[in-house]
Design a protein around this ligand. Structure first.
Ligand SMILES: [Zn+2]
Length: 419
């Protein structure tokens, strides 16, 4: 069992075949959720799973579950999966890798004639990207209890077509309820979408946490006045105050290393006239940290810094939080299963924190969950040039296989059998 491996070439070939659905001239993919291309990709996945002996079920959000039975089918399944939809100028690996790595786990178990104790399922979560229908991760969100199903099915694209209508149109409006059934464990393999593993020459990232995010709208109020006759000493220049606040935001990120991020991405100056001192400035703030207490502290620092700068400069300021996504700490047993598998298989690995959201974030609300990252070239994603090495993809898949066996147990194997 220790030496059990996956077929990296077959995994690569499946990735390249799936990439034909919605292939773009620059070598990427445009497979928007519930489009004809998405239907073709789903149909292909379903056919592959059926050929591998799986039974297919589809829930009301169009999430697909391909089930390989275990010895004891009264046990809750060990699940893995990700998404097949892409960004408009997406790549071949984001999401797709996690789905097809799951299929490769099933195919490898078949190759070796291994029966697991608990059943195994490979999941395809609908509309992870949020590119066609906002918000992102909406179907795993319904499964995880973050969204109501009626809200999700009513989400419309820019032409006014709803997810519910489009699921019907492409034949993926299932009748199984979305959510409400237990998983023994859930794993998601994914490309890192960041530069850390590549820079440190690591093959596998053991994802322990997902960053929490706080978004703020900040408005600084001064006084519009003429750029010539108004002496420097009496000005109430909202932009000068805002500039100091932008510096302060940056300092908050720098002051909470190693894991904090702080960003001002939008700045609007009013009245935006060359010879008028700006009377009002709006800017956005994005604060991230994997530890909620740090994120709370950064929130406090932000409010204190803005208030102190405004006070000093004779300006008004309002800081309003508009969105909070709490940090996620993945299940320690599932994380250990990933870390142990990476170590046993002899890969260079490190613990890592996800800076991006994934379906696993919502599933982690209702099932013990962890993620496996593999490197991607230059950390580039949401780009047609996204690329990854076949050997790294195979390594992540082998880790996935062993982590799933750890949780599912192998029939007749006293070391892993949970029965
Ligand atoms: Zn993804």
């Amino acid at each position: 069992m220790q030496n059990l491996s996956v077929n990296g070439e077959r995994l690569w070939d499946s990735l390249m075949e799936m990439a034909q659905f919605g292939a773009t001239p620059k070598g990427g993919c445009r497979r928007l959720a519930l489009s004809d291309e998405d239907k073709a990709g789903r149909d292909c996945f379903v056919a592959w799973c059926e050929a591998a002996g799986c039974t297919i079920s589809i829930d009301q959000m169009g999430n697909i579950f391909a089930r390989r039975p275990g010895r004891d089918n009264s046990l809750a399944p060990v699940v893995t999966g990700s998404h097949l939809d892409t960004q408009p100028h997406g790549g071949k690996f984001d999401g797709v890798y996690g789905v097809l790595a799951g299929l490769e786990v099933v195919r490898s178990l078949n190759d070796h004639g291994i029966e697991t104790e608990a059943p195994i399922e490979v999941a395809v979560w609908t509309n992870e990207e949020g590119a066609r229908f906002a918000p992102a991760m909406v179907a795993s969100g319904v499964f995880g209890g973050a969204f109501e199903i009626d809200y999700a099915l009513a989400c419309a694209d820019s032409d006014g077509k709803t997810m519910g209508e489009e699921l019907e149109r492409i034949g993926y409006a299932g009748d199984m309820p979305c959510g409400g059934r237990p998983f023994t464990a859930n794993f998601e393999a994914h490309i890192e979408q960041g530069p850390i593993l590549e820079a440190e020459n690591k093959t596998v990232g053991v994802v322990t946490d997902v960053q929490g995010i706080r978004w703020f709208d900040v408005t600084v109020t001064g006084k519009d006045s003429h750029a010539g006759p108004t002496p420097m000493a009496v000005r109430r220049d909202a932009l000068v105050g805002a500039a100091r606040m932008v510096e302060a935001v940056n300092a908050i990120g720098l002051g909470n290393q190693p894991n904090a991020c702080s960003t001002v991405g939008v700045l609007e100056v009013s009245p935006a006239s060359r010879n008028t001192i700006p009377g009002e400035v709006y800017f956005s703030v994005d604060l991230r940290h994997p530890d909620g207490s740090f994120l709370d502290g950064m929130d406090t620092e932000l409010r204190a810094a803005c208030a102190a700068i405004a006070d000093d400069a004779g300006l008004g300021v309002t800081v309003e939080e508009i969105w909070y996504s709490p940090p996620v700490a993945f299940d320690s047993n599932c994380v250990s299963a990933v870390r142990d598998a990476a170590g046993r298989l002899g890969y260079d690995y490190r613990d890592i924190i996800s800076g991006a959201g994934h379906d696993a974030v919502y599933i982690s609300r209702v099932a013990p969950t962890a993620m496996i990252f593999v490197p991607c070239a230059d950390g580039l994603s949401h780009n047609e040039e996204e690329s990854a090495e076949s050997t790294d993809l195979a390594a992540g898949c082998a880790v996935l296989l062993h982590a799933m066996l750890d949780r599912a147990g192998v029939a007749g194997d006293p070391l892993t059998s949970s029965g």
